[in-house]
Design a protein around this ligand. Structure first.
Ligand code: SF4
Length: 169
């Protein structure tokens, strides 16, 4: 399956815990003021990659703790990312996703049924648009204070947002 990509980083240590394969998708309609990756907005930019190629990259790096979907807006290309998330879980690794949509928008289906399905295949969601006036350099894995680290399985199970807490070992 094809996916429009801005790029990948094989050994990221800044897009979630551990060593991660960061997948930056191309295309984003949020256009947040102060976005650090405006080159990823154009839905016709970037390049086409296959999900098989990304899955091979996952399999070839045995040190990976997981993958992280970033962008761009991952939830605007949910179908290939659902395939990647399932492949990642089948390898025993975890799935993080960044989104300019809020958890509530994704969970309610407002962003589309496929986006809701992608949410169901994520372990942690970093949600909401980047808001320049809320920007802080003190936040781990987030750019602005409005964004939340959300434990997706627990949130779906309980019906309300459960914050993700990383346990350092
Ligand atoms: S959602 Fe992310 S990629 Fe899209 S404009 Fe906002 S900060 Fe940039």
């Amino acid at each position: 399956m094809d996916i429009r990509m801005a790029g990948t980083v094989n050994d990221s240590i800044v897009d979630g815990p551990g060593i991660r394969l960061a997948i930056f998708v191309q295309g984003c309609t949020h256009h947040c003021k102060g976005c650090q990756n405006p080159q990823t907005w154009d839905p016709d930019g970037g390049s086409i990659m296959t999900t098989d190629h990304v899955i091979d990259a996952m399999k070839s790096n045995r040190l990976l703790k997981g993958i992280t979907f970033s962008g761009g807006e991952p939830f605007e290309q949910p179908t290939p990312l659902i395939e990647l998330a399932k492949a990642c879980h089948s390898l025993g690794k975890d799935v993080w996703a960044y989104s300019g949509y809020t958890y509530e928008e994704l969970e309610s289906g407002k962003a589309g049924a496929d986006a809701r399905e992608l949410l169901e295949n994520c372990d942690v969601l970093v949600d909401g648009p980047f808001i320049e006036s809320e920007k802080s350099m003190d936040l781990k894995w987030r750019g602005s204070r409005n964004q939340r680290l959300i434990d997706v399985p627990k949130s779906l199970e309980t019906g309300s947002v459960v914050e993700y807490v990383y346990k350092w070992i």
